[in-house]
Design a protein around this ligand. Structure first.
Ligand SMILES: NC(=O)c1ccc[n+]([C@@H]2O[C@H](COP(=O)([O-])OP(=O)(O)OC[C@H]3O[C@@H](n4cnc5c(N)ncnc54)[C@H](O)[C@@H]3O)[C@@H](O)[C@H]2O)c1
Length: 333
């Protein structure tokens, strides 16, 4: 099987490329490196012991993507490519609508024309907004988005449903990721935020490495055990595995559309993460409690029973494994 992987040089895409190759699937990477580094391709080749085909192309560009579909003839597509900073999306919403929605529409126009059997889309638990109850299931209501980034994912999900209703010839899987963290245990690939990180773990590892002065915890008066926000942190290698399973499920279930939460099913607070990071890596982190951030839901974690049952997926790594791998990776940078 040959699978086009848009955003394959990015954090989740690169770990998925490793898993695809380990499962005998040939990835074709399309990435314009707007939020990744070219050396990731070399690292991937080193890790996988094989050459990897890649195209430095903006996947919103219909003509260039058409040429790739015609020459490579992929059986499936995994669409990671998107801009993902919540804060930036508030400042520059059109960038997010253009890239996140534009790239999806471009790809759907192409899979309509070409014999692509399966399409896997990177969605996010952000579509649940501030949920009424936890854990969230795939049937929990989609709440008003807090940011243009979140709204772009909601629009993309609806695009996929409408596309499928009008043209059910492909099998479409939406994966709603919770909070991906960690790095490959080899320390050859990991998260590479460009500029100031938006997510907690790179902030923690960069602070431990002395790149940042301190971690600011956004609020400690939420209605949680220690007052800090609770999230579902999933090791990126476990998340990567869900894509191969999704592709196989799509092949066994043609003309289908389905949505899966990809999370551990367990919530950890920001302070718990900081304490675990300090303990597993035997170091002390400089952190302080700051004001709450607008739009942060107090508690979000997944009900993952549907993906466990249907895709036979389950997470293998613990929070501690992920924090160890993240720190090992940071030390190589
Ligand atoms: N990391 C998270 O916390 C998280 C959580 C939920 C969902 N997601 C989604 O998962 C996907 C992957 O996230 P990630 O963390 O790996 O992000 P990332 O920024 O590390 O990777 C995205 C990759 O796509 C590339 N890219 C972006 N737009 C492109 C375009 N138009 N053409 C070609 N390449 C393009 C970037 O250069 C980058 O390499 C995204 O769709 C994101 O919204 C991420």
């Amino acid at each position: 099987m040959k699978v086009l992987v848009t955003g394959g040089a990015g954090f989740i895409g690169s770990h998925t490329v490793v898993d695809l190759i380990e499962n005998g699937i040939t990835p074709i990477i399309v990435d314009d490196f707007r939020n990744s580094e070219k050396f990731v391709l070399k690292q991937l080749e080193k890790l996988c012991g094989t050459k990897i085909v890649s195209y430095n192309i903006d996947c919103c560009n219909y003509e260039q993507m058409e040429a790739i579909f015609s020459s490579e003839k992929p059986d499936g597509v995994i669409h990671f490519a998107a801009d993902k900073s919540v804060n930036e999306s508030v400042e520059n919403p059109l960038k997010y609508y253009q890239n996140n929605i534009g790239s999806l529409v471009t790809l759907l126009r192409l899979i309509e024309k070409h014999p692509v059997k399966s399409f896997v889309f990177s969605s996010s638990c952000t579509v649940y907004g501030n949920p009424d109850s936890v854990p969230v299931t795939e049937l929990s209501p989609i709440k008003k988005a807090f940011s243009p980034y979140g709204f772009s994912k909601q629009v993309c999900e609806q695009c996929l449903v409408d596309f499928h209703n009008s043209n059910p010839k492909n099998s479409i899987i939406l994966l709603r990721y919770f909070n991906p963290i960690g790095a490959h245990p080899s320390s050859l690939i990991g998260e590479l935020p460009i500029g100031v990180p938006n997510n907690l773990i790179p902030f923690i590892t960069q602070t431990a490495a002395g790149v940042r002065e301190k971690v600011v915890v956004f609020g400690a008066s939420y209605n949680t055990n220690d007052g800090t926000c609770v999230r579902d942190y999933i090791h990126v290698c476990d998340l990567a595995k869900s894509h191969v399973l999704a592709l196989n499920y799509a092949l066994k279930n043609p003309n289908n559309i389905d949505t899966f939460n990809v999370g551990t099913g367990k919530g950890d607070s920001v302070l718990e993460v900081i304490k675990s990071f300090e303990k597993i890596n035997s170091l002390t982190l400089n952190y302080e409690i700051g004001p709450k951030r607008a739009g942060d839901a107090p508690v979000v974690y997944a009900d993952n029973s549907y993906i466990k049952k249907k895709l036979n997926w389950s997470p293998k790594y613990s929070l501690e494994d992920a924090l160890l791998h993240s720190w090992n990776w940071q030390q190589t940078l």
